[in-house]
Design a protein around this ligand. Structure first.
Ligand SMILES: Nc1nc2c(ncn2[C@@H]2O[C@H](COP(=O)(O)OP(=O)(O)OP(=O)(O)O)[C@@H](O)[C@H]2O)c(=O)[nH]1
Ligand SMILES: C=C(OP(=O)(O)O)C(=O)O
Length: 293
């Protein structure tokens, strides 16, 4: 036991901070391709990213920063520590998550990792973390070599992420060391456009993203059906949420589906009637209310 504790003290695990934007506005550049599956795709991609990070032996904890109730619930269930978004932009969200991580484990190095890495492999992240541990402040450029997917600092050093747009140049100008490593394609493959997604699919998507992509690309016959379900979560700010079908399938609904119905609020556990077009929810009402013809 003592040996394990000493080994842990000598090789502290990384705290990985993952920022997740509000789902209804996330992945705007994939809106045409993803259609009604856009929010489900964003949460699936973040889920695969977080699950792969948690499976990496060099990672001690994953802190997700999000103001989105659905993402918070889904990523918390995977084992991430979720903190609220200060709503002051991406870098402020990252600094907030990093401060939380430092309070939890002041002796551990801290990194930011983008949430849109659906092909992320734990072993490739371990390669990046090993290299990052050799230097005070470092970053990994994205596959396009314009942005950044990873930024990390050793324990006790200031955490100064400069994400957003052309962040590779800003991280370089700020003095962070650029990591140039073979065999880390999955850590660099962020997905913003359909071409990025095709590239990530070539590397191998994680199970959650792969399931949503299968629905996006093979929607099958659009079927209009009415079914009962149970509310899992509802965010009054975005008027979106998710329900469980009685077979346990979780489906997300957006503000358009909620606004189509007569309700003002939903609570977790409430029974509802929903109208489905394929697997897209188009209408939500209480189970005691009728659905429109
Ligand atoms: N918590 C938090 N995360 C953010 C914020 N802005 C962006 N992100 C996250 O930062 C990463 C990069 O975000 P973007 O590429 O700007 O946004 P996106 O939703 O992935 O895609 P677009 O809508 O196409 O720009 C993703 O992991 C986002 O979820 C923010 O204000 N707060
Ligand atoms: C936020 C960034 O990336 P993107 O907008 O491409 O996801 C970035 O690379 O800093």
């Amino acid at each position: 036991m003592l040996k394990v504790m000493r080994a842990a003290a000598e090789n502290p695990g990384w705290s990985i901070v993952v920022p997740v934007k509000t789902l209804v506005i996330a992945k705007s550049r994939l809106a045409d391709l993803a259609g009604p599956h856009r929010a489900a795709f964003a949460v699936a991609v973040a889920g695969d990213t977080v699950a792969a990070a948690l499976a990496c032996p060099a990672v001690a904890r994953v802190v997700v920063v999000t103001g989105d109730a659905i993402a918070a619930e889904a990523l918390g269930r995977l084992g991430a520590d979720v903190v609220d978004d200060p709503q002051a932009g991406l870098n402020a969200a990252l600094r907030h998550g990093a401060a939380h991580a430092v309070r939890l484990a002041p002796g551990d190095p801290v990194a930011a990792l983008q949430a849109d890495l659906p092909a992320l492999r734990p072993a490739e992240l371990a390669t990046v973390l090993a290299a990052a541990g050799e230097t005070e402040e470092s970053f990994l450029p994205d596959a396009a070599e314009i942005g950044t997917t990873f930024y990390g600092v050793r324990a006790g050093l200031p955490f100064r992420p400069r994400f957003g747009g052309e962040s590779r140049a800003r991280h370089l100008a700020g003095g962070a060391k650029e990591l140039v490593l073979p065999g880390v394609a999955s850590v660099r493959r962020d997905v913003d456009t359909p071409a990025d997604l095709a590239d990530a699919a070539g590397l191998g998507l994680g199970p959650r993203s792969s399931a949503v992509v299968a629905r996006m690309w093979n929607p099958g016959e659009a079927t209009l059906i009415d079914v009962q379900a149970t509310v899992r979560s509802f965010d009054p700010n975005t008027r979106s949420g998710s329900v469980f079908l009685d077979d346990g399938t979780e489906l997300l609904f957006d503000a358009a589906a909620f606004d189509a119905g007569p309700l003002r609020l939903l609570r977790s556990g409430q029974r509802v009637n929903i109208a489905l077009d394929g697997d897209r929810i188009t209408y939500v009402t209480l189970s005691t209310f009728p659905l429109p013809d």
